[in-house]
Design a protein around this ligand. Sequence first.
Ligand SMILES: [Ca+2]
Ligand SMILES: [Ca+2]
Ligand SMILES: [Ca+2]
Ligand SMILES: [Ca+2]
Length: 490
Amino acid sequence: MRKTTALLLFVLASTLSAQLAPGPTPPLPPARSSLHFADITGDGRDDIVYDNKLYVNTGSAGFESPGPFVVAEPIADVFDINGDGVPEFLTRSESLQIPGASAPPAVQFHVFARNAAMQYKQIAAFPVGKIAYIADLDSDGRDDVVLANTEFEGVIDTGTRVDFLVSRGDGTFDEKGTLFAPSFYNVDFVRHYHLAAGDLNRDGHTDLVLRGLDQLGILLGKGDGTFAAPITRYLPRELGTVSPQLADVDGDGNLDFIFTAKDIIRVLLGDGRGHFTRESSASTNPRLAERVNAPKNLVVGQFTGKNAVEIAGGTHDGDLVVFAWRGNKLAEAGRVVTGLPGLMLTGADLHGDGTTDLFAEATASPVYIPGQFYFGRAAAVAAQTSLPATGARRRSVRGPGASVAEQRYKVVFGSECAAQQATNWRLERDGIFGVPVEGTAEAVFIGDSMYVRSGRYDYGVLARSGNEYTGQMYLSSCGGLSVRVVATPE
Ligand SMILES: [Ca+2]
Ligand SMILES: [Ca+2]
Ligand SMILES: [Ca+2]
Ligand SMILES: [Ca+2]
């Protein structure tokens, strides 16, 4: 069947006042799968690769399927290993789990590149790894690969091995080193370990942020695909582990760290030196407190045409929400109520008009609903007329800044068992991040809460009242107990 199928997507091209969102649903496969945007045809417009099939972006006419497009394995990602603008594919195939077997299923990553006959063939394979991230580690315009894998001793996972593979451009890769993160760093690697790449300290070298379950690992790049030892920061899982990304949200030139948890989209503002010193967050669910209308994932782009950087999230309840920096905090900039459950978003500028278009797949329902397109500027306009961003529950917290170099706290435990530990504790403030001092305790201050942790298992969330924080802690040596933390003069 060679006949091409026109997907009439551009209803709104000629009638801007028409309601834009969503466009007609294209005839995509009736199964949940991966979607990627990449310029396969080389005409400067992003095409769609969906379920290993190609849909060519024809510009104003929409998309058409030109016939066979064979990548023989499931496509995990699209990248450019030689910097020539022609996309290559990273495929990921996982062997079936054998019932009763203790070993996890084997995962294989392969690279498929286009040959002179315009066919995609496998040109490389990676030896280890369960998860692969794409980033240009040495800033040479060629995409490189970070592989991560959980290591086991018997059935006990001992930690996460991270391998850095730098592309030579010909389908081969240099192994630039290995980072080993102990198991407490993440606990559940596959679901809770994420990576974001960007130049945090503005030295021209790519840096990495590893989001562990309760940790941030900040790896400053040396420019050759190797990294300095991780700077580790305590960041409790309650504050969010989903969809971590780097972008300059507030426009000060420093990359900021974006992620989400429940119905809160959170931004940690970078200081341009590799640290994050301030936090701002906003809710995707400002008016319906009884629901947790959480985003499935986040896409960074330009959706309204009004802000340089915006964040879009598609929620479980089917709201497509756009956030941007307004004044000195994160705020809602637009919303489309789609009614489609569990929106998973993929974004690209399909029109070349400078705004990011979204492909939203409904994923929460047992009945699969094919994805719908929402066109950047158009969708945001529709959202603003249907739901002005007023009355949103927003929180913005200013950290104490560099002038408060060290705030000391006295820790009073409501238990004889723990009393002797109090003398070993000293909590230091560094913006919103606590810094481990003498390996004893770490604290993070977000709003009126202090998240405190000591060692691997001792933790608590304390609430501020006046100049002190009180609440319950769990100590592995003593169990649960009340605790009071009082700021003391220098
Ligand atoms: Ca290429
Ligand atoms: Ca590179
Ligand atoms: Ca850097
Ligand atoms: Ca910034």
